[in-house]
Design a binder for this molecule. Structure first.
Ligand code: AMP
Ligand code: GLY
Length: 418
């Protein structure tokens, strides 16, 4: 089989690596890929947002199966366009991807179908948003409706911060059209849990739970990032909570999407908060999380491509999806300055970290230059270790990180320190 992977981060590296293990695979292409992916797949400089370019590439390279991994191409309809020309895909259609690409859509779905989430209101008018914020007890949460590269959410501790966030979205248009509509919602508290789930619209199979660390600095300080590290499983996510989420959140979401004529097929990301009133949905994403995928997929025993093909063909119920016992700890090595401005082009020295048993190094923002791996993004590497328990996985991940260096390399030293 000829496989096409769309995307070029750590998530796409782990997906490519595990797909490459399937004996049915003869060739993998990646658009655009990265330095790590290029050791497993042939990479071409077609942007993940160039849907026309992706479709013509798929036509001319006899692609049998495509994995559309990032949010932007999913929201832009890459799966619809590829399926139209006969390429089977893992990933939701544009209509189903709205569960991530419009927070207003996701919130109204939850209120219509009684899925637990924070109370909220929608605004398209700056003055109304400002007066609502002025009358609310802080903290409150301001969210741009559309995709905003993970930066569209502000937890405002006071009115000043709420006003700045509202003005930034609606007046300064920092997120373009994504911020023309905003949500102002109740601030929830409690441990956060990510549950990635395979679903074909009939069956939903949650993967092992995980915990992202979104803030830039130790002690959950600093600005939000795409994710600075992950542990799996999430120690707060007990079997009782998992059973509750299946009945009150996962199954109702799948059924709601079917009833709305937006059957979701692919990986559905449930961002949950375990509040005193029970688990509530903070957000849905229409794809694997990054770096959640780098921590969760290494624990999966079932062949990834077989599961993805079963999802596409709506036979997920026939495939038992198994996870091994044990834990993952994934530490992101980032460029100095990330998530704000940073410089790239620095050579990465891996020491002997790549040879360590139990350790896998996924490339997020790297490229090959004259035989060297150099930095090319904010999040550069996702270093994951698998061991029998969290403590050993943490120790192993940080031992590996200690062997790696590049100019300005920065990482959180408290991933998984509970
Ligand atoms: P998102 O971009 O939707 O992933 O949100 C980023 C982060 O903002 C989440 O991971 C939470 O930590 C926080 N957040 C979002 N919504 C709420 C809420 N209603 N209450 C408290 N924190 C929230
Ligand atoms: N790590 C958070 C996300 O992928 O949205």
């Amino acid at each position: 089989m000829n496989i096409l992977i769309i995307g070029g981060g750590g998530r796409e590296h782990v997906i490519t690596k595990y797909i490459a293990r399937n004996p049915k695979v003869s060739k993998i292409y990646a658009l655009p890929g990265n330095g790590g992916i290029s050791t497993l797949a042939e990479c071409f400089p077609v942007s993940a947002e160039d849907i026309g370019g992706i479709v013509s590439f798929a036509k001319s390279h006899a692609i049998d199966f495509a994995v559309v991994a990032p949010d932007d191409p999913l929201a832009m309809g890459a799966v619809d366009r590829l399926e139209e020309i006969g390429v089977k895909c893992f990933g939701p259609t544009q209509k189903a991807a709205q569960i991530e690409s419009s927070k207003v859509f996701a919130k109204s779905l939850m209120s219509k179908y009684g899925i637990p989430t924070a109370r909220y209101e929608v605004f398209t008018d700056i003055d109304k948003a400002l007066s609502h914020a002025a009358l609310s007890d802080c903290p409150i949460v301001i969210k741009a409706d559309g995709l905003a590269k993970g930066k569209g959410v502000t937890v405002a501790e006071n009115f000043q911060q709420a006003r700045d966030a509202i003005m930034s979205c609606m007046k300064d248009k920092s997120f373009g059209a994504s911020g023309e509509r905003i949500i102002i919602e109740e601030c929830l508290t409690g441990p956060e849990v990510t549950v990635l789930a395979f679903t074909d619209g009939k069956t939903v199979v949650p993967m092992m739970s995980s915990m992202d660390h979104k803030r830039a600095y130790d002690g959950n300080k600093g600005p939000n990032t795409g994710g600075m590290g992950v542990i799996a499983p999430n120690p707060y996510y007990t079997p009782e909570i998992a059973a509750y989420c299946m009945t009150h959140i996962f199954l109702p979401t799948i059924s709601a999407m079917n009833q709305e004529g937006r059957t979701f097929k692919g990986c559905l990301y449930f961002g949950l908060m375990l509040t005193d009133d029970g688990p509530k949905v903070i957000e849905y994403n229409c794809r694997f999380g990054d770096p959640e995928a780098e921590a969760v997929l290494p624990l999966m025993e079932t062949d990834l491509l077989d599961v993805m093909m079963a999802v596409r063909d709506e036979r997920l119920a026939e495939v038992p999806v198994k996870f091994r016992d044990g834990a993952s700890c994934c530490v992101v090595c980032a460029s100095a300055g990330y998530p704000a401005k940073y410089l790239t082009g620095y050579t990465i020295d891996f020491g002997d970290a790549e040879d360590m048993a139990g350790v896998e190094i996924f490339h997020a923002g790297t490229k090959l230059e004259a035989g060297n791996v150099v930095t090319s993004g904010g999040r550069v590497l996702a270093v994951n270790a698998v061991a029998d328990n969290l403590e050993s996985a943490r120790a192993l991940a940080y031992e590996a990180v200690g062997k790696i260096s590049f100019e300005g390399m920065r990482y959180r030293s408290d991933i998984g320190a509970l």
